[in-house]
Design a protein around this ligand. Structure first.
Ligand code: KG4
Ligand code: ZN
Length: 378
């Protein structure tokens, strides 16, 4: 008998293949991608196209939501066409269309959801709404095929949280930032030091040549138990130290800038590493047989942070997974893949799929306060 998951072509049993188009437009990247999975095999990224908006917002020192939404609306169809062309597939080869339905800047999320609904209505393809954070959190399954459950540190421009991932819609939050996300702190640091946006890569590049010990930065919340974090104090410390150097020396030299970047980055690394150690202890108490730590989100592209996490994982005998840099920052391959997992689990959304500015992954944990780059934190 042929198993239900296999289809038969010319009398031959063929493994079932699922192909999903994903769309992402929740912040300042317009992205489309095609991901395919044949049952029993690793998922494949057939294409992943990202149109960034860095230049569009550069004069404003941050993402301007109205400009972002308009640019998404203008670029989405071109992005979809490129993703299909590069994947070598047509709409008729797809099984479903997945789209980020939140959390994020609402105008951008709406642009993506409307585009996906249009394609779905025109083709009859099923529509799958995806939580942007689930896209990041499931990326290590797309890239490395890691099994559930695992501990996920999600660190990006709008978010910072420790999650136990048990399924595509099953997450428990162990802790997270009580104010800013680390990506926001990197971006603000870059602005205060006159470095280009996005701030993370600029600060990281400067920090390589700096002395992390020259300036004293605090290590917020390390004196408190648990794995909640805080990053707003680091921004204030950076501002104070910069102003002190300017007052003492009449300006900021290159060496001052690289030392400030190195000191700031080392403080972020130290806080993330210690809080991750605590989250690992909580996770391992519940899941001693599956010792897996994974990291995702834009800030996970930072090499010093990756190295710090890798070294504590080795010390705790945890296997550690960090996706390739291009799949840490926003992209649509992660949305297509998270959509694929929902699709395989039987999820389907209708034309009433809502765009949500706020959408916590763990609905049972208390709401986060504060307002990040993407609006209210989820
Ligand atoms: O995940 P992402 O692309 O968008 C959000 O969902 O927020 O993350 C973008 C954030 C930005 O704040 C950016 O400065 C930060 O990730 N980022 C980095 C690095 N690359 C990107 N932060 C630190 N080091 C990096 N190398
Ligand atoms: Zn993101």
């Amino acid at each position: 008998m042929i198993p239900a998951a296999l289809t038969q072509i010319n009398g031959q049993a063929m493994a079932k293949t699922t192909t999903i188009l994903g769309l992402e437009s929740s912040c300042d990247d317009t992205a489309a991608a095609v991901v395919r999975q044949t049952q029993g095999e690793p998922a494949q990224i057939l294409s992943s196209v990202v149109f960034g908006q860095t230049e569009l917002h550069s004069a404003f020192g941050g993402v301007v939501p109205e400009l972002a939404a308009r640019a998404h609306a203008e670029k989405l169809d071109l992005c979809v066409r490129d993703a299909l062309d590069q994947a070598g597939v047509g709409l008729g080869d797809l099984d479903a269309i997945a789209v980020t339905a939140g959390p994020g800047l609402i105008g951008g999320v709406l642009s993506g959801v409307m585009c996906a609904k249009g394609i779905s209505a025109a083709t009859g393809l099923p529509l799958i709404g995806v939580n942007h954070l689930a896209g990041h959190a499931l990326t290590p399954r797309l890239t490395d095929g890691i099994a559930y459950p695992y501990l996920m540190l999600l660190v990006s421009g709008g978010h910072c949280q420790f999650l136990i991932a048990r399924g595509p819609e099953d997450f428990s939050r162990l802790g997270g930032t009580i104010d800013d996300a680390p990506g926001e702190a990197f971006d603000k640091t870059a602005r205060l030091l006159g470095l280009p946006q996005p701030g993370g890569p600029s600060v990281e590049a400067e920090a390589v040549n700096g002395d992390a010990k020259r300036f004293h930065f605090p290590r917020p919340m390390l004196d408190r138990p648990g794995c909640d974090l805080s990053f707003s104090g680091l921004k204030t410390a950076l501002l104070r130290l910069r102003d002190q150097v300017v007052a003492d020396n009449g300006g900021l030299k290159r060496q001052d800038r690289v030392d400030l970047c190195a000191g700031f980055q080392q403080a972020v690394v130290d806080v993330l590493v210690e809080k991750t150690r605590r989250a690992c202890a909580l996770y391992l108490a519940e899941n001693p047989d599956v010792p897996t730590l994974a990291v995702a989100g834009g800030v996970a592209a930072n090499r010093a942070i990756r190295a710090g996490l890798e070294s504590i994982s080795a010390g705790l005998d945890l296997s550690f997974t960090a996706p390739p840099l291009a799949l840490c920052t926003d992209n649509a391959a992660m949305i297509a893949y998270a959509g694929l997992e929902r699709y395989e689990a039987g999820a389907r959304d209708g034309m009433d799929l809502a765009a949500r500015p706020r959408w916590p992954l763990d609905q049972t944990s208390p709401a986060m306060l504060g307002s990040g780059k993407k609006g209210p934190k989820a």
